[in-house]
Design a protein around this ligand. Structure first.
Ligand code: FAD
Length: 535
């Protein structure tokens, strides 16, 4: 029977890091099993195309939420990358770590070793930051972190507007207390997406002790008693078994990691029985505590023809694509984001609870050319992301068949406090665009439209349009209470030889995007497993 030391399930943001770091120890063999394929399609490497890649069925799992009772029973697509790199191969490339207080709260909840001072060395170890090495940044890690380019007209105007509203400018969001307005850093290297597959896995793939299998979907974890001893997976229509001499490490992401635990008999006992699955270990927290960041959007007509719409004229787009392919430069080399801000929705907040973003591109943007197809027009899109949602969703099995996708209830805006903050943030966006000089950059509010002024009208807009920022997390949460799935070493409680290493391990979602934290978790897990400290 095939055997290895470590099995890593899932080559996503965390899984690639974990497999690459574990295989640095040449005395251990590592097998990385990825359900999706390789990441070599050109479009995957193009930062500008991330929304298109994220909505292309062959690159993803195709998850769709259950009808959400708080959003008029609307379902929403929940893109998840299914290829080497996982979501780091389809994401918006924004590099944000969250605030020190996010991690200190994990530590203070009983998770020793997860405070900011403990995790900062791993953020630094991971990156080669364009600023060079320093107290907050690494200068020689695998992941290239580079600055996003600013829009020469709109960025200064929006920065000045933020100042007029009392918000400071910042030159780095990846510090202990991120706050204020600027433009974010990105995981882009020489104009190409720097996924964890590119940054970590590719350089490690030649190692004789690392085997990477694609098209290999793990169906269940195998146990002897309560010790994980291997996995059963499907590849090329065949069911295969692989044994792990040391550990099985699940890095399937926020939906698939809890799904795999439940398919393997670990989870809420009654739910497993309902699905016809033999219960190995009753762990009620598996799949619960789902947290994500909802976005509330507004759309504006631009006052001048100075948005990304001009770049979408087919001849310009084609010329830029050729330039990017040859030099890595030009508009395809980054996302058109105009400005970002971390701000407090009101003065009682101890730290920013909103991530505000403005983009000089319409959500309906598409290539255009006179006489061929009309464009969306010059528009500005704006969004406020709720960073500390009180609402909790859950992941359950749809059936005991590993081929079925999980059932996902986001339960967005289920709590009144979330609705109040999101409502105020729609009003904040209006204040922003009513303040000079941003007021001179827009010609009017397109949606929800000035008529949507009452609480009821704004709530209706949010129910109809609020969407996920694609940061689901916390579904196999570390902790100390009865609902905790993992201990502080990422080990599944009550089971030996099994850890979950991805964003589902977060006890509470951090106040920022989740790729950098996933990478940090992968880095830290490798050291925990190999009993090392950060070098
Ligand atoms: C469209 C989109 C945009 C985003 N934009 C940003 C951004 O700009 N900045 C940011 O910081 N974050 C962003 N995120 C979020 C961030 O990318 C994710 O939170 C992060 O990548 C999650 O990492 P992970 O390791 O937990 O899981 P994933 O990266 O999802 O990895 C899971 C991997 O496991 C594989 N897998 C799952 N089940 C199995 C199985 N049974 N057998 C084998 N393999 C399996 C999957 O195919 C996948 O490759 C975005 C996400 C999306 C979807």
């Amino acid at each position: 029977m095939a055997e290895t030391d470590f099995i890593v399930v899932g080559a996503g943001s965390a899984g690639c890091v974990l497999a690459a770091r574990l295989s640095e120890d040449r005395s251990s063999d590592v097998v990385l099993l990825e359900a999706g394929g390789r990441d070599n399609a050109l479009i995957v490497s193009m930062p500008l195309a991330w929304m298109q890649v994220a909505s292309t069925p062959k690159f993803g799992w195709g998850d769709v939420s259950e009808p959400d009772p708080n959003l008029d029973n609307r379902t929403q697509p929940l893109p998840r990358g299914k290829m080497l790199g996982g979501c780091s191969s389809i994401n918006g490339t924004m590099y944000i770590r969250g605030a020190a207080a996010d991690y200190d709260a994990w530590r203070d909840a009983g998770l020793g070793g997860w405070g900011y001072d403990d995790v900062l060395p791993y953020f630094k170890k991971a990156e080669t930051n364009w600023r060079g090495a320093g107290p907050e940044h690494g200068g020689s890690g695998p992941l290239d972190v580079t600055p996003m380019k600013t829009h020469p007209e709109l960025f200064p105007a929006f920065l000045e507007t933020a100042g007029a509203l009392g918000y400071p400018a910042t030159d780095d969001f990846n510090v202990a207390q991120p706050e204020g307005f600027s433009i974010p850093d990105c995981t882009i290297s020489h104009g190409r997406r720097h996924s964890t597959a590119r940054a970590y896995l590719e350089p490690a793939m030649m190692r004789p002790n690392l085997r990477v299998e694609t098209g290999a979907q793990v169906r269940r974890i195998l146990f002897e008693g309560k010790r994980a001893v291997g996995v059963e997976y499907e590849q090329d229509g065949q069911i295969k078994v692989l044994r792990a001499r040391r550990e099985v490490l699940v890095s399937g992401g926020a939906f698939n990691s809890p799904q795999l635990l439940m398919l393997s008999g670990i989870g809420p006992a009654q739910h497993l029985k309902d699905m016809g699955i033999e219960v190995l270990h009753d762990l009620p927290g598996v799949g619960q505590n789902l947290q994500d960041h909802p976005i509330g959007l507004t759309f504006w007509a631009a006052a001048k023809p100075n948005t990304f719409e001009s770049q979408l004229r087919l001849d310009r787009l084609a010329a830029n694509l050729v330039r990017w392919m040859l030099t890595g430069k030009g508009t395809p080399a980054q996302s058109p984001l105009t400005i970002q801000g971390f701000l407090r929705s009101d003065e009682t907040q101890e730290r920013p609870d909103i991530q505000f973003q403005v983009s000089h591109v319409s959500y309906a943007a598409q290539p255009w050319f006179p006489g061929w197809r009309k464009g969306a027009g010059h528009q500005i899109s704006s969004g406020a992301i709720l960073l500390n949602p009180a609402s909790r969703g859950y992941v359950q099995l749809r059936s005991g068949d590993p081929k079925d996708l999980a059932s996902i209830q986001m339960n967005f805006l289920g709590e009144e406090s979330d609705r109040v903050t999101m409502r105020e943030m729609i009003r904040f966006q209006r204040r922003f665009f009513a303040t000079a000089p941003a007021s001179s950059c827009v010609a009017g509010e397109m949606a929800p439209g000035p008529d949507a002024a009452s609480d009821e009208a704004i709530d209706a807009w949010l129910r109809a349009t609020a969407m996920s920022a694609a940061h689901p997390a916390c579904t196999c949460a570390m902790g100390t209470g009865k609902d905790a799935v993992l201990d502080g070493q990422l080990r599944v409680r009550g089971i030996e030889g099994l850890r979950v290493v991805d964003v589902s391990a977060m006890p509470n979602i951090i106040r920022g995007n989740t790729n950098a934290p996933a990478i940090m978790i992968g880095e830290k897990a490798a050291d925990m497993i190999l009993d090392k400290s950060p070098a």
